[in-house]
Write a protein that binds this ligand. Sequence first.
Ligand code: HEC
Ligand code: HEC
Length: 228
Amino acid sequence: MNIYYSLLIVGLLGFSISVQAKDQRIDPTIEHGATVFNQRCTLCHGNVGMGDGLLSRLVPDYPNTNLRNHTEGKDPDSIREAIIYGGQKGILDERMPPYGDELTWLEIESLVVFMRLFYRDAERAIAVLGSTHIPKKPSREIGRAIYKGRCILCHGPEGDGKGKMAKIIKNPPPFNFQYSRLPDAMMLDIIRTGGEAVGRSPKMPPFGEELSESDIKSLILYVKGFRE
Ligand code: HEC
Ligand code: HEC
């Protein structure tokens, strides 16, 4: 085949792919924002945004993360800035992580519409949050999403116990899942009731009040994937 002809085909293909991508772009929704909030923001801001997340309760002198007492703007631009840059611009506390590189455009814009509803009518926003907790069949995909929001800061992206929080959690450090051999039933227990209740470190928090059994089973599927 002639080289120019091949280039033309490649060009046309690229064109049709970009047209398709544009057509598939869905509008941001409050429901999608609530789902992302559930997965990514509750560790610090709490299940209903009131600042009672596990991390804020566990770490001494953690800044107040109650979003009802927000200090920065409620307008879409300020919310978007907070999510994209976190504390990097020196306006918010540096412990608010930047999500610009981690979340897609659709996820960020959906969070913005969700947060606007939260500031306007917190009761309704909380009701939407609740409705996104529909029980699903356990899966590694769900496990991965929950892991990113609730476990990664300690156990790390590779499950090797080298998350960002690991610097301050020692003796024992967050477990390296590559070496984990716990049977499923015992994993379920430690995730549900926390380390202390099963005679292990209290620094492994209990998740039983915030995660359903199905969520925990999804996590177990995902975490076992790190094993060697
Ligand atoms: C690791 C903990 C942590 C996580 C996870 C986190 N935040 Fe924050 N967030 C903070 C802290 C700390 C602050 C700063 C509080 C302050 O400066 O008073 C903050 C502040 C904010 C603010 C500004 C509030 C104000 O005072 O106006 C918004 C909006 C916000 N976060 C949204 C989110 C969203 C949306 C997510 C999930 C994508 C998220 N946060 C995840 C810790 C976190
Ligand atoms: C605040 C830090 C922290 C967070 C967040 C955290 N963990 Fe842990 N985790 C630990 C520590 C520390 C240990 C080690 C406990 C010990 O060895 O006594 C541990 C141990 C474990 C173990 C035991 C592994 C084994 O084989 O013995 C499992 C399973 C586990 N964590 C799952 C999770 C899951 C799933 C999440 C998220 C839902 C999570 N952890 C969130 C700190 C954390």
